[in-house]
Ligand binder design. Structure first.
Ligand code: ADP
Ligand code: TYD
Length: 211
């Protein structure tokens, strides 16, 4: 039913509800007859999933910010080449849980100011922004409590703690202003279904305006 491809990303701090909302949006759009690809970063293609294990497991100081930037960008390039771009070209709606805005924040901001290096590498190797970015915004303490509740092995970034999450929240809100044409901010500190209703309405408005 979908004729034109779309690229939609979810961004926000850890535990804000991105994965939950991305999945709910994908389910609802499929019920409505759209052809949807749900994916995530880091990962989303077999090669990028291997890089995911390298960057998310182990000690918080396992990699420098610069090395991490190269690894995330390598994963993204593979994901873009093998999954995202072919799906967009085939007219599908690609929904991706995190994308380059996460690199702008986590590698660009968390340990010194690497934002200009992030942008140069992005322009050189990825050169594509999403059509719509949904920022799920919420209080970092609440997000961290939710994320910690998962108790998995992928804890490198969660171990950075509450101060980093505060900085990330402010950084994401600043990005939403910088890229106001494609960003839409939604309050994530509400019941799951209420957030999902807003996410769906925002997506429908985007699809209607770009068809
Ligand atoms: P993220 O992908 O942003 O890290 P998740 O979608 O994995 O966030 O959600 C983190 C945890 O919080 C999960 O256990 C999820 O079930 C729960 N959760 C998600 N959204 C909400 C919400 N609106 N209210 C309460 N709990 C939520
Ligand atoms: P994710 O699995 O989405 O974690 P969460 O569900 O807790 O939000 O992402 C894992 C971590 O990877 C997250 O803490 C942010 C980090 N990350 C980066 O540092 N740079 C990136 O480019 C991406 C995509 C993620």
């Amino acid at each position: 039913m979908t004729s034109k491809g779309h690229f939609i990303t979810f961004e926000g701090i850890d535990g804000s509800g991105k994965s939950t909302q991305a999945r709910m949006l994908a389910d609802r759009l499929r019920e409505e007859g759209h052809d949807v690809v749900l994916t995530r970063e880091p990962g989303g293609s077999p090669g990028a999933e291997e890089i995911r294990a390298l960057v998310l497991q182990g000690d918080p100081d396992r990699w420098s910010a610069e090395t991490e930037l190269l690894l995330f960008t390598a994963a993204r390039r593979d994901h873009m080449e093998r999954l995202i771009q072919p799906a967009i070209d085939a007219g599908q709606i690609v929904i991706c849980d995190r994308f380059a805005d996460s690199t702008r924040m986590y590698q660009g901001l968390s340990r010194g100011d690497l934002r200009s290096k992030v942008d140069v590498l992005h322009d050189l190797m990825i050169a594509r922004e999403p059509d719509l970015t949904i920022l799920i915004d919420m209080d970092p303490a609440q997000g961290l409590a939710r994320a910690k509740g998962r108790q998995g092995v992928e804890e490198r970034f969660e171990d950075f703690g509450a101060d980093l999450q505060k900085k990330m929240r402010a950084g994401f809100l600043a990005l939403a202003t910088e890229f106001s044409d494609r960003f839409r901010t939604i309050d994530g500190a509400r019941a799951i279904n209420n957030v999902a209703t807003d996410v769906h309405a925002t997506t429908m408005a985007h699809l209607a305006s770009s068809d």
